[in-house]
Design a protein around this ligand. Structure first.
Ligand code: NAD
Length: 483
């Protein structure tokens, strides 16, 4: 079964920061794949806008280089690359001055969808927003896309929201959290709200606890300065893990429309209890080898965490007493992201205790191998009498839908197409971001004030021992981190 590709309307997409790392690694390859699939109309245009002194031909060479670097050779036929490059244009621009703006304004067409991707440092957002209006590039129906980090605390997020809202309506602002663009994350909503099977069990009566893990194997390589001002809480928990938690914990929205979904997510964030210091474990990767530890890499006696594990409570009727355990870190054992809903034991075992301890677990893998698995207990096949084993009911998309299905556009390409379609469901609303910071700020302040030093953990491990204790003390354990 091959899924349908529905072309979007013709567009002009301007990528501010079009020569930067994010544009080269994610945005341009993503657009190429959508072009190749037939979703991007051929008369659409991608306009790179950056400081580099380039013309169209020079920027096409940059784009071609990015495709060669980030897309497998077999996946980019020469003729398709050639056609795609014809849609590419360039304007040398200064976000803070006047250079390039009249040219950009002239280049933009009337009557097509107009979108501006702010793939530049957030300090330039205000200048870009102002100039887009000053030079009449922005129209009522244009959209802007902004990247993380969206502020570093509540105050800066509010200021950023104000800057953007001074020039654009909330329904024109697309705040990207690429975790929301993952196929499995949307499937999580389909599984929850499209089946009668799960929703009745989705509450404190049947769920023992929820685990959300986002584990990386990489360290801060080359980004030490940026990362040290941020840390795992700001870089991962406040945005990505919080968004995943919201999708698990939210009430069914009345409709699958942007504001209905985001209203429900916002209620979850507002229902989060403050977290006790004893329910948070912060870690920092360490190594005996010179140059490998975080402290060597940042070159200071930093107390920034590269790992965090915490226990949260959502205080409402549905989730009263159900802990949500979040865990994320760098330099861990494997690159793996997973949400696991661990259900309670059956109320009474007719098979007796000796047959072991079995629990249903619904696991939603975000990477690698996106997919959903439900662990169920069955009788072990064979003549050995009634022995129970747990087996996975595997809903791996590729297996279910066939190898040719267009099932796995990467998060970025899906989200960019949503911008063109004008669908904000998978983008964070300003009040959501602010609520998440309002919950995050006091936690960061409290450990900063106390000068809490993160616990060291070995590179390639599962984090500090205390993270395991956080679970063990309540008779639970983390799921294995495996690729
Ligand atoms: P980068 O430093 O590689 O590129 C910056 C781009 O901005 C360049 O194209 C540069 O020409 C342009 N630029 C800088 N000053 C300008 C000015 N005054 N006028 C016009 N253009 C100017 O940055 P990046 O890594 O691509 O990141 C871009 C944004 O995306 C940042 O906000 C970053 O936090 C965010 N982000 C990046 C990644 C990533 O993987 N790189 C991931 C998530 C979020």
């Amino acid at each position: 079964m091959v899924s349908r590709v529905i072309p979007v309307d013709t567009f002009d997409l301007v990528i501010f920061g079009g020569t930067g790392d994010l544009a080269r690694r994610k945005i341009l390859p993503g657009l190429f794949r959508r072009f190749q699939s037939g979703q991007m109309p051929e008369d659409s245009r991608i306009i790179g806008a950056a400081r580099a002194d380039l013309d169209d031909a020079g920027y096409r060479a940059v784009v071609k280089g990015a495709l060669e670097e980030f897309i497998e050779k077999g996946d980019r036929p020469t003729n398709v690359v050639k056609e795609f490059l014809e849609a590419i244009h360039y304007v040398q621009i200064d976000a803070t001055g006047s250079a390039g703006w009249p040219e950009l304004s002239k280049l933009l067409r009337a009557g097509v969808v107009r979108a501006f991707y702010f793939s530049v440092a957030p300090s330039l957002f205000g200048a870009l927003a102002e100039r887009l209006h000053e030079y009449k590039c922005a129209g009522e129906s244009c959209r802007i896309v902004v990247e993380k980090p969206f502020g570093r605390d509540l105050e800066s997020a509010r200021a950023l929201n104000k800057t953007l809202r001074d020039h654009f309506d909330e329904n024109q602002i697309y705040r990207i959290d690429h975790y929301l663009g993952k196929e499995t994350v949307q499937n999580l909503m389909a599984v929850r709200f499209g089946n009668v099977l799960f929703e009745p069990l989705w509450n404190a009566q049947y769920v023992d606890h929820v685990q959300i893990t986002v584990a990386e194997t990489v360290g801060v390589n080359g980004r030490a300065d940026y990362y040290d001002k941020s840390g795992a809480m700001r870089d991962m928990v406040q945005n990505h893990l919080m968004q995943l938690l919201c999708l698990i914990a939210m009430e069914p929205p009345s409709r699958f429309d942007p504001d209905a979904v985001r209203d429900e997510k916002l209620k979850v964030i507002r229902a989060l209890e403050p977290v006790e210091p004893s329910d948070i474990v912060r870690g920092q990767y360490a190594s005996e080898k010179k140059g490998e530890s975080y402290l060597d890499q940042v070159g200071s006696d930093s107390i920034t965490e590269t790992f965090i594990a915490m226990k949260l409570q959502v205080s409402n009727w549905r989730w009263a007493g159900v802990p949500f355990y979040l865990r994320t870190g760098k330099c861990l054992k494997a690159r793996a992201s997973e949400i696991a809903i661990v259900f309670k034991d059956a109320p009474h075992s007719i098979f007796g205790q000796e047959l072991g301890h079995h629990r249903n677990i619904l696991s939603i893998r975000l990477q690698p191998n996106e997919g959903i698995t439900l662990r169920v207990t069955i009788k072990e096949p064979g003549p050995g009498g009634m022995r129970l084993v747990d087996v996975p009911l595997d809903m791996s998309f590729k297996d279910a839908l066939g190898p040719d299905a267009d099932v796995a556009p990467e998060a970025y390409e899906r989200l960019i197409m949503d911008v063109i379609r004008g669908n904000q469901t998978l983008f964070m609303r300003g009040d959501e971001v602010e609520a998440a910071w309002a919950w995050t700020d006091p936690l960061i302040e409290s450990w900063t004030e106390r000068g809490d030093r993160p616990k060291p953990y070995d590179i390639g491990s599962t984090g500090p021992e205390d993270a395991a204790v956080l679970m063990h003390r309540e008779g639970r354990r983390w799921r294995e981190i495996k690729a």
